[in-house]
Design a protein around this ligand. Sequence first.
Ligand code: 5GP
Ligand code: MG
Ligand code: MG
Length: 201
Amino acid sequence: FSLRHFVIPSHYKDDVERVLIPHGMIMDRVEKLAHEIAADTEGPLTVCCILKGGHAFFADLVNRLKKCTNAAGQNLPMQLDFIKVKSYEGDKSSGNVTISYTEQELHDLKGKHLLLVEDIIDTGATMTALLAKLAEYQPASVRVVSLFLKRTPKSVGYIPDYVGVEIPDQFIVGYCLDYNEIFRDLDHVCVISETGKQKYA
Ligand code: 5GP
Ligand code: MG
Ligand code: MG
């Protein structure tokens, strides 16, 4: 989509190439995902936000989930949890994953039905490592919802349980997705421009 159709903060006007997914379209996908997830869920759910990139998606998804009912017509009791996972430097995967949970927080996962809320799956390496780590602490079940799934030849083959939108192999920013911590305050999901890359490198 051409940039002139959208409200872009003035400080980012030269830093994005184009809008890939408008904010309104994201909101529609979030609502649909909430209905699908609720329909598949029997009882209490621990919804776990993967920070920082998953924050906007998590907030909007939880708000929708509150209004949804499952197959039995019941609303879902939810506990909300937050985990900081870091794997990227700039637009390259650093290859190693760090997880912020303490041992106590990991042990508290035992027996819980988890829904991990992630912004984007690129190679899938981060999620594969995270799932392996969490499995050691015996949650009752783990499902993953990712707003974006990148089509990339570098994929390790991991596919999340729920996907918002499949995107081409490009580096995207906005709706909490960052480039060196910049662009999280942009509502639309955009492709970064060369100017933007250089400015915030
Ligand atoms: P993976 O391990 O799947 O290759 O990468 C997962 C993480 O890398 C994501 O959770 C996200 O933080 C970051 N990432 C991957 N692709 C992109 C992208 O296009 N834009 C942004 N901002 N982050 C990305
Ligand atoms: Mg992420
Ligand atoms: Mg990031």
